[in-house]
Design a protein around this ligand. Sequence first.
Ligand SMILES: [Ca+2]
Ligand SMILES: [Ca+2]
Ligand SMILES: [Ca+2]
Length: 148
Amino acid sequence: MKSLSAAVLLALAPLAVVAAEHDRPAPGPLGHFDTDRDGVITRDEAQAAANEHVNRFFERFDADKDGVVTRDEMRQAREQRRAQMRERFEKRFAAADENGDGSLSKAEAEKSMPMVARNFERLDQNADGGVTLEELKAQAARRHRGRR
Ligand SMILES: [Ca+2]
Ligand SMILES: [Ca+2]
Ligand SMILES: [Ca+2]
């Protein structure tokens, strides 16, 4: 079950993360901390990275910009992000579903969603040769429950 979970996680979850990382330059051998890529991380670089991290945190979670992140704001941001990811995933699914019949054939999956193609037989729960959005969501929900 483990590889399937990872595959679905990759298919469903990290789209937002990927998008967020997208604008930044590729990290050097020491990662993003080493901003001038001279092979060492200075205290200033670490401090700058920490500051940026804090700024991003507040940008993302402090919805009313009062300098305080509340429990509600955290929850809202999480829900928003989940909705965003769902939307993006649904768009991706719709784009992959070339003939628009609401399910991915193996060929469609191979072309646009290789993660789905690789686990096709397991994801196609009713074995009708197509993976629907509902089948993918059901798998994600099972994975979610399994983790608790
Ligand atoms: Ca706030
Ligand atoms: Ca299709
Ligand atoms: Ca199916």
